[in-house]
Design a protein around this ligand. Structure first.
Ligand SMILES: NC(=O)c1ccc[n+]([C@@H]2O[C@H](COP(=O)([O-])OP(=O)(O)OC[C@H]3O[C@@H](n4cnc5c(N)ncnc54)[C@H](OP(=O)(O)O)[C@@H]3O)[C@@H](O)[C@H]2O)c1
Length: 266
């Protein structure tokens, strides 16, 4: 695993979480590269220390410069719309396109930190099947052969000010689909995503992230270390409900998994 300082690419850098990831990574001494679609927006929202690299995750040919030489990639994409702005095109295919852009890039394979969502294993058509596409993006990352951490946060910033104790859960068993499943501060999500890039104990782990009453932990190492690793070769996280059988998946999704796997073993 690469050690400090890393060159960290943030995909989703102008978003409500991505902006905090950029700030946290800079504060940790990393060199930060921010993928942006709109340079003026990037310049307005991001610190001058961040390098802005233009790219759109729905257009694979625009991603080569951004991924070249990255030691680590944090993905916090969010979609809001239909067509090319849909969960399928952004949250899922955007992750696929970043992973495939890496295949044509020289250099050591980067460490990946992917943010999805608590409830990622709920089979639901709400929000354009958002959760299902998020889960499929997780599967691509697991199939990629890259070392990864997948963070499934609870509801953003709906925790009380005295609820900063971080709790890492596995199995995605909180399934109401609402804030009752757990909440967590945006800043803490960013902290966990950036810490995962350099924590050996976070390798190949998937977990839900919520906050409960208590103080923020000083050291995240013991929380990562208490997690079970995802089973090698498995598309799903450890203890996930097996409710998305591969043979019932759309053919294009199975093709994407095969492409990502083939590149990982090439
Ligand atoms: N709200 C919650 O409580 C909650 C809880 C758990 C999980 N989540 C998940 O968190 C995500 C939202 O996170 P957020 O608040 O940080 O999102 P956000 O503020 O909407 O930001 C989304 C980011 O994705 C980027 N993006 C979108 N399409 C892109 C494209 N084609 N190419 C490159 N970048 C693109 C946006 O760039 P632009 O600035 O160029 O648009 C922006 O940087 C959602 O997927 C949601 O499901 C939310």
């Amino acid at each position: 695993m690469a050690t400090h300082p890393l060159t960290v690419l943030v995909v989703g850098a102008t978003g409500s979480i991505g902006r905090l990831v950029v700030a946290e990574a800079i504060a940790r001494g990393h060199t930060v590269r921010a993928l942006i679609r709109d340079r003026a927006k990037g310049a307005r929202l991001l610190p001058a220390d961040a390098e802005l690299v233009a790219g759109d995750v729905t257009q694979p040919e625009t991603l080569r410069e951004a991924v070249a030489g990255a030691d680590a990639i944090v993905l916090t994409l969010g979609s809001f719309g239909t067509g090319s702005s849909s969960p399928q095109m952004v949250d899922y295919a955007g992750v696929r396109n970043v992973l495939t852009a890496l295949a044509s890039s020289d250099g050591a394979p980067p460490r990946i930190a992917l943010m999805t969502s608590i409830g990622a294993t709920i089979r639901s058509s709400s929000y354009g099947h958002l959760l299902e596409w998020k889960r499929r993006s997780e599967r691509l990352v697991r199939a990629s052969g890259l070392t990864y951490t997948i963070v499934r946060p609870g509801w953003f910033d709906m925790n009380g000010p005295d609820e900063r104790q971080l709790v890492f859960l596995q199995g995605d068993r909180r399934r109401s689909g609402g804030p009752a499943d757990g909440c967590v501060a945006r800043a803490d999500i960013a902290r966990v995503l950036v810490a995962a890039l350099t924590a050996p104990e976070a390798a190949d782990r998937t977990f839900e992230l919520v906050a409960e009453q208590g103080a923020a932990p000083g050291d995240l190492g013991p929380l990562f270390a208490a997690l079970d690793q995802d089973p090698p070769g498995s598309l799903d996280a450890v203890c996930d409900e097996a409710n998305m059988p591969l043979d019932a998946e759309p053919q294009r999704v199975r093709d994407d998994l095969e492409t990502v796997r083939t590149r990982a073993t090439a």
